[in-house]
Design a protein around this ligand. Structure first.
Ligand SMILES: *[C@@H]1O[C@H](CO)[C@@H](O)[C@H](O)[C@H]1NC(C)=O
Ligand SMILES: *[C@@H]1O[C@H](CO)[C@@H](O)[C@H](O)[C@H]1NC(C)=O
Ligand SMILES: *[C@@H]1O[C@H](CO)[C@@H](O)[C@H](O)[C@H]1NC(C)=O
Length: 410
């Protein structure tokens, strides 16, 4: 990778020169040239020294644009025009006194040099009123580093940088862009409120490690709409502390489906409440709609008020799953005593085909049965002739209606 310190030094000079030029052209009467001056109009990163040649390090230019925009007032626009802009960590930290729009028409390439990251790649923190839109791409260049992912062998592994992270962000929109081949998760939404992800495409190979599409945790009012996700792990995963989550008109596959969980891995996890997944298609995924919690959950929490309505399954291995005996790598104590209470879960108008006979799996704990589970108009057929469609259900209480008899297990 062209990520030498030589590049960095050249960049610093180029960026500094560009700022002087900008400052001179837009505000000739600046008294103190050392103070950051905010040029009028959009901040085009190529005017701040970024080079779209796929190999020059453009980190400094983008950080400079962010700092200018964040310190200004009103609505500030950062332009990333067509071109391939290589960068290391981009810590887009607030609080800001402006609203910031990043217009992304080019491609951001995350360097394969892991020393260029502390934790994540593009990390937006403590910002209100923020958006990224355009037709550009956030390319994590995962193929350069996936071989360093040891998570299949070691569950407490070191994680590789996530591509786009929103932490403590309120009122944000991510629209139109593509996220490609992240090193780890493509998007991570943590402690956020009022976020809309719309018309976004997220793509990585079906066998790429831990390349979840969008993970949500400890966040409220997050909507994912008209989005197309195909990766090597969960398309969408909804972790503890998530409330009022809407997923609509979206497509998932390949991948591990749309999951709530895993719940109960850590102490002090908060409830997951009010999740709606509507009018979505799941294609060739290992799971469709899944809720999973650790068999020996470390905290007591609720997962309640979920509606799954209008879902088409196409060759999905396990279309409907509640798995409360989740125990990856056998890291948990199989006590059989869950503390995750699952209730008021409606699966409605679920149609299509499965790639195993097991269309419905409801595996709830003996000590804490799932309550208020409803299967309404569920008709998913096994796509091969050699076996019958079936449901495997333990400790699920609720009702079935309009469901073929092999699947009507409650
Ligand atoms: C929820 O978020 C959306 C943006 O996705 C926003 O338009 C709406 O006002 C928010 N709702 C509340 C109650 O804040
Ligand atoms: C279904 O998916 C499996 C992989 O999960 C694949 O091998 C198979 O070809 C697919 N079948 C159809 C009919 O698409
Ligand atoms: C039918 O399904 C059952 C349960 O999954 C499995 O044990 C059996 O091997 C399957 N038979 C065929 C022919 O696939």
């Amino acid at each position: 990778m062209g990520f030498s310190s030589g590049n960095f030094a050249t960049m610093t000079l180029a960026a500094a020169a560009a700022v002087v030029v900008l400052a001179a052209s837009t505000s000739p009467a600046v008294a103190n040239p050392a103070a950051p001056s905010v040029p009028a109009g959009p901040l085009d990163i190529t005017k701040l020294g970024a080079r779209g040649d796929g190999k020059t390090d453009s980190t400094k230019a983008i950080m400079q644009a962010w700092k200018h925009a964040c310190a200004a007032t009103g609505t500030q626009k950062i332009l990333i025009p067509p071109g391939d802009f290589l960068t290391g960590a981009l810590d887009l930290v607030g609080p800001c006194t402006s609203s910031i729009i990043i217009r992304l028409d080019g491609t951001l390439l995350g360097t394969g040099d892991l020393n260029a990251y502390k934790k994540n790649w593009i990390e937006v923190q403590h910002v209100n009123d923020f958006s990224i839109n355009g037709h550009g791409t956030i390319d994590g260049q995962g193929p350069l580093v996936w071989k360093h992912n040891q998570c299949a062998k070691n569950y407490n592994c070191k994680i590789l940088p996530n591509s786009l992270v929103l932490d403590y962000v309120t009122n944000a929109q991510i629209r139109g862009i593509t996220l490609l081949n992240s090193k780890f998760f493509h998007m991570n939404i943590f402690e956020c409120k009022n976020v809309l992800v719309e018309k976004v495409t997220i793509t990585a190979p079906g066998d790429s490690p831990n390349t979840d599409g969008i993970h949500i945790g400890d966040s409220t009012n997050i909507t994912i709409k008209d989005t197309n996700i195909g990766t090597g792990d969960d398309c969408i995963s909804i972790g503890p502390g998530s409330k009022t989550i809407r997923v609509k008109g979206s497509r998932c596959g390949p991948g591990h489906g749309i999951s709530v969980g895993s719940l109960g891995r850590y102490k002090d996890e908060k409830d997951v409440e009010d999740v709606q997944v509507t009018d979505c298609t799941i294609v060739g995924a290992t799971n469709g709609l899944r809720i999973k919690s650790y068999e020996d959950s470390k905290s007591a929490l609720k997962a309640c008020k979920f509606l799954y309505d209008g879902i088409t399954m196409d060759n999905v291995s396990f279309p409907i799953v509640i798995d409360q005996k989740y125990c990856p790598n056998n890291i948990c104590v199989k006590s059989g005593a869950s503390k995750v209470a699952v209730s008021d879960i409606v699966f409605k108008n679920i149609r299509g085909t499965s790639n195993t006979p097991e269309v419905v799996t409801l595996n709830c704990p003996n000590n804490l049965p799932c309550q208020g589970v409803q299967l309404i108009n569920v008709d998913v057929k096994y796509n091969k002739a050699d076996n019958k469609t079936m449901a495997v259900c333990h400790n699920a209480i609720g009702k079935s209606s309009g469901v073929v008899k092999e699947l009507a297990c409650i």
